[in-house]
Design a protein around this ligand. Structure first.
Ligand code: SAH
Ligand code: DHB
Ligand code: MG
Length: 221
């Protein structure tokens, strides 16, 4: 019952103030046609990522977990014309779909989709001197979330915003006995952030078309 209402409110918000680009709709259609799972952020969530990136004046962004590039398009379109987004995706099929979606959105010049397991690619990003990043969006395999936040911090400067998707998982994050590897990964990330004096952070629960979940947001001090 509540889930229908969450969906209806998301539809209302998306249909009034979010103003999604047709290229975003086209990306979701292409993802579905290619059989990708519909685990992208919702339109209101994508707009939130977009607005935070703009509010912080982000020019260089890093995304971990591309899927079909739906969140990528929201984030890249928040960057200035000379901005740059590097997005990491392990699955070559997902990456191919994402590159096409990004190109259709007219953002190919700003976006580089790199394939490989993020923990293998991140050291190369560092070695190539592609950081520091102004905005980091983490949305890949949740088991590695603590390591991804560590990498985000390593590739950051004071003022960088690090945002992490899916940190609530139907409320299971509050259950210290959870055996779900994703939840264990998210909880390890919370412990890591709590111990890290260079990060100031919060997490906000969300409901909507993607169910009950949430975002963590951390500022690099
Ligand atoms: N950010 C996307 C959704 C990402 S879904 C959006 O909102 O539109 C998670 C993605 O992370 C999947 O495509 C999956 O293949 C990828 N992934 C999982 N483990 C990974 C890893 N170790 N390195 C890089 N990508 C990974
Ligand atoms: C899952 C992964 C995501 O990145 C997401 O946003 C939602 C769900 C998943 O693996 O179930
Ligand atoms: Mg996600």
């Amino acid at each position: 019952m509540s889930r229908n209402l969450w969906q209806a409110v998301d539809d209302y918000v998306a249909g009034t103030i979010v103003a999604a680009d047709p290229a975003l709709e086209a990306a979701l259609a292409a993802n579905a046609a290619a059989g990708l799972p519909s685990i992208d952020v919702s339109a209101p969530q994508g707009k939130l990522i977009h607005l935070i990136a703009r509010m912080t004046g982000a020019k260089r962004a890093l995304e971990i977990g591309t899927l079909g590039g739906y969140s990528t398009i929201w984030l890249a379109s928040a960057l200035p014309h000379d901005g740059r987004l590097i997005t990491l995706e392990r699955n070559v099929r997902h990456a191919e779909v994402a590159r096409k979606n990004v190109a259709r959105a007219g953002l190919a010049a700003k976006v580089e989709v790199r394939t490989g397991a993020a923990l293998d690619v991140l050291p190369l990003i560092e070695a190539e001197g592609l950081g520091p990043f102004d905005f980091v969006f983490i949305d890949a395999d949740k088991e590695n979330n603590a390591a991804y936040v560590e990498w985000g911090l390593r590739l950051s400067r004071p003022g960088t915003a690090i945002m992490v998707d899916n940190v609530v998982r139907d409320g299971e994050v509050g259950d210290k006995r959870s055996a779900d590897p994703d939840v264990i990964g998210v909880r390890r990330m919370f412990d890591m952030i709590a111990r890290e004096p260079r990060l100031s952070a919060t997490a906000i629960q969300t409901v909507g078309s993607k169910g009950w979940d949430g975002f963590a947001l951390a500022l690099v001090l």
